[in-house]
Every structure is written in C-alpha cells, then in structure tokens.
Design a protein around this ligand. Structure first.
Ligand code: TXA
Ligand code: MG
Length: 331
C-alpha cells in the first residue's frame, strides 16, 4: 500500500520545514526528521523520550549517496549494500561531516539504511538531493515498535505533525544492524536480514555479538526493550502449562502464545486462553509486535510465550522476546 503522491509531497514539505513525520518502512514505522535541521532532530529525542546519546539511523534513497554520508567504507559494506538495499539492513560506518553529532549521539560512527517501502522511497526522493531522514522506530523509548499507522497514532498521535499510512509492515521486526571491525563483519542487532543470508553474500561466518561483548553502542540491545506493559515471560513448552497453572492459582489471568505443533494440539484440551502464533520465523516476526500490542491492553496479567526454536533463523525473534521479557527461563 502506498500513500498518494500529494500526501507524500506535503509530508516532504513539512519535513523540510523542520516538522516530524512518521512514515512506513518494510521493517517498522519510523519517526522522521530532516537530519540537516538540528531542532527537528532534537524533537525526535523529546517525542520518543529517548536519551540523547542514543544514535539515530539515517535513511536515504540511493546507493550512490552512500559516500556522501559515510567514509572509509570497507569492501564488505559495499557488497552488503548492493545485495540488500533497499532492505532491512543498517550499516554502521564512519560518518562524514554531512552527518552531525546530534544524529549519532556524539559518536563518529553513523547507522545508514535504504528502506524498502514505496512510500518511504518516494518521500526520500521528494526531499531532494543530499537529503536524509533520521528515523528511529516511532514508539516511546523502550516500548514495542509500531507496525501499522494506527499503532503510531496510539503511541504518539498527538505529538507528531503527520503520519503517512503505508499499511502493515511486511517484515515487522527492525533492520539487522551490522558493524565492521578489523576486517570482520559483526551483527549488532539481528533483524530482517538473517545471519545465514549475510554469510552467503560475504562467504564467511557471521556472528551476532551481543552488547556485553561489543563496544559499539546499540540502544535496542539494552536489556529491557521492545517491551509491553504487561509482564511477559518466555518458557519452553514443557514448563509453559505449569507456569500458567501457578499464575492462575494466584487468581491472575495469563494468556498463552505458542507456535509448536504440541502447543497447537494441546491447547484445545486446556482451559487456558491460548493464542496460536505462526511456526516460521518470518511469519512469526511479522506478527509479533502487533500481537503483543493486541494483548497488552490490561485484560491479562501475564503474557506467557512459548520459547522459539534455538536455531539461527529464529535469532531475531528470540532476541526481541528476550528483551521484551520480564523473566526468561530456559529450564
Ligand atoms: O528497522 C529499523 O532499523 C527501524 C526503521 C524505522 O528503519 N529503525 C530503528 O531505529 O529501529 P531505532 O532508533 O529504533 O533503533 C536503531 C538502533 C538503535 O539501537 C541505535 O542504538 C542503533 O540502531 N544505532 C544507530 N546508529 C548507531 C551507531 N552509529 N552506532 C551503533 N548503533 C547505532
Ligand atoms: Mg526502536
């Protein structure tokens, strides 16, 4: 789904006046500001209630502009950009002077990405040459990212100047963030591009380096992030029913979300409220945030999620569940 060209032109005009426009990308909705207007960038931090040392990803529309925003670009970065842009991949590279420090949270490195959504690309083109948009996910700091325009409206509606509606995001989880260090490629946040796909293109193994092992800061890797207000717990299927029973004994109401054949078949025999989730990582990822929002409405005291499979293709989902969870148990 694409917004009409007149709405997109009016959004570009607002952005160039320093206003804030939320727009769709293929991953999640972004909260956009023209990076050349410091007061607009400052407003992003205010609206999100985000600490100012947490860097913003900048979005642009053409690979040929990459060296306008970044320098000392390794070969591997070009390789990945050519293969995955437009798409759910963010590259962390040394910034040029065209990117000011208020965008990067004071760091010399900048996160860059070309989003794969027709509305986002038309908007970026309408901004004109050498223009880029800073766009964090359009949610309050630490909360669930929005995957529809209605989610953005619920979260921040009265604070933004315009929301472009591009339908539901087709990926539903944020971009994969990649950094480069001593000739190696490091994944700082797993996301829309899988580690396997990165490894295929680079012809080398790619590792997800969790925050504790990395000196590159990623706010999405804070221990609590992407979180609903309702306590969320992740349990292997064998412990899920027991945990549910314990909670019910306390007079509280849980809802269970599972994906495995065992969950799907057993749920009909149980008296608990059960919600089936998709059993592939891409479908699960696409639906996750919308589902968490749907049930984070005060109706339930606990969201109990069946742990996803412990395989590389589920890393992005597992990462988000871990950060969204109140307690995580693998026992
Ligand atoms: O899919 C996405 O990446 C979405 C859409 C809107 O593009 N954006 C997004 O932005 O998720 P945000 O701000 O919610 O998360 C961006 C992450 C943060 O964890 C931030 O710390 C990290 O990217 N990041 C940005 N610039 C960075 C930099 N220079 N160095 C290290 N991490 C950076
Ligand atoms: Mg975010």
């Amino acid at each position: 789904m694409q917004e009409s060209s007149s709405l997109i032109s009016s959004a570009a005009k607002k952005l160039k006046e320093g206003k804030i426009v939320a727009f769709p990308t293929e991953t999640v909705y972004g909260l956009g500001a023209d990076i050349s207007i410091p007061s607009a960038v400052d407003r992003i931090f205010e609206i999100k209630e985000r600490p100012i040392n947490h860097p913003l990803i900048i979005h642009f529309s053409k690979i040929s502009q990459l060296n306008y925003w970044a320098q000392e670009i390794p070969k591997a970065a070009y390789l990945l950009a050519k293969k995955f842009w437009p798409g759910p991949l963010t590259l962390i590279l040394p910034r040029t002077n065209h990117v000011s420090l208020n965008v990067t949270g004071g760091q010399n490195m900048v996160g860059l990405r070309i989003p794969d959504h027709p509305t986002a690309l038309t908007l970026l083109d309408a901004m004109g040459p050498n223009k880029a948009l800073a766009a964090p996910s359009a949610n309050r700091f630490g909360r669930i990212s929005p995957t529809t325009a209605a989610h953005v409206f619920d979260e921040l509606g009265h604070k933004v100047d315009m929301i472009l509606d591009g339908g539901s995001c087709k990926i539903g989880l944020e971009s994969t963030i990649v950094g480069f260090k001593n000739n190696s490629v490091i994944v700082l946040r797993p996301g829309g591009v899988s580690l396997t796909k990165l490894a295929e293109v680079l012809d080398e193994e790619v590792i997800f380096l969790e925050k504790k092992q990395s000196d590159i800061r990623v706010s999405g890797s804070l221990d609590s992030h992407y979180a609903p207000l309702t306590p969320l717990e992740v349990w292997p299927i064998k412990s899920l029913w027991d945990r549910c029973c314990e909670i019910e004994k306390l007079g509280l109401s849980p809802i269970l979300l599972g994906w495995s054949p065992e969950f799907i078949t057993k749920k009909t025999n149980k008296k608990y409220i059960c919600f089936p989730m998709p059993n592939t990582p891409t479908d699960y990822g696409r639906q996750l945030y919308a589902t968490l929002r749907q049930f984070d409405n005060g109706q339930y005291d606990y969201l109990l999620l069946e742990a996803p499979p412990d395989t590389p293709d589920w890393i992005a989902v597992s990462d988000r569940l871990q950060r969204a969870s109140f307690t995580v148990s693998t026992s």
